[in-house]
Design a protein around this ligand. Structure first.
Ligand code: GLN
Length: 202
């Protein structure tokens, strides 16, 4: 791994499609050195990776045409810290419901994620969530054509749920993922947790 004790964590944002800039801004503001990752050589040079929100079907297809799917799966299996939001959560799920034909994920989190779980009138909404791993205040969460975590397997841990009980954030080892967009509401605690993982692994 690159990086050395005391230097800024070197993290990447997967930059195939989606809200790359918002994540890069939050990470830079938190003191990280940010690289935009589009190829395997760039992935190999970072100590942690963010999978942004966007469109998981497009990110999946582009990751395969850019030769990134296999290196990403290997990096995840080797323990690379990864933060995934929305489409990023979908890409980190071991099992996918309501994917398009042929859609694949990178996997890593033992969970079933359903795409576009809030159809019709509530495609986008905000909610305040209790997240057990954080001190108050609650997390202001923006859901945009969001998925839900329909089933959490025994290797993963649910971190947050909507008032109706549907799980919207989970973690497993160095992987942390949520159905909402902390990067768009000024919520930095998930990114801090991710950067802590990166620093302790480097
Ligand atoms: N609906 C999108 C998908 O399937 C996710 C939406 C988002 O990332 N805001 O990938």
């Amino acid at each position: 791994m690159s990086g050395s004790a005391g230097s800024a964590p070197r993290v990447g944002v997967l930059s195939l499609q989606g809200d790359v800039r918002e994540h890069a801004q939050v990470l830079t503001q938190l003191g990280a050195e940010v690289t935009l990752v589009r190829r395997a050589s760039e992935l190999a040079a970072v100590d942690g990776l963010v999978l942004p929100g966007g469109e998981s079907t497009v990110i999946d297809k582009l990751s395969r045409s850019f030769g990134l799917q296999a290196p990403l799966r290997e990096a995840i299996a080797a323990g690379l810290p990864v933060l995934g939001t929305c489409a990023g959560l979908i890409l980190l799920a071991d099992r996918l419901a309501d994917g398009i034909a042929g859609q694949e994920t990178f996997g890593g989190i033992d969970a079933t994620v359903r795409r576009n779980a809030f159809g019709g009138q509530v495609e986008s909404f905000e909610a305040d969530l209790d997240v057990a791993i954080f001190e108050p205040p609650t997390v202001r969460a923006a859901f945009i054509r969001a998925p839900v975590i329909e089933e959490v397997g025994s290797s993963a841990t649910a971190l947050a749920a909507l008032p109706d009980g549907r799980v919207v954030a989970a973690e497993q080892g160095n992987l942390l993922a949520m159905a909402f967009h902390p990067e768009s509401t000024g919520e930095t605690r998930f990114h801090r947790r991710f950067l802590d993982r990166v620093s302790s692994r480097v």
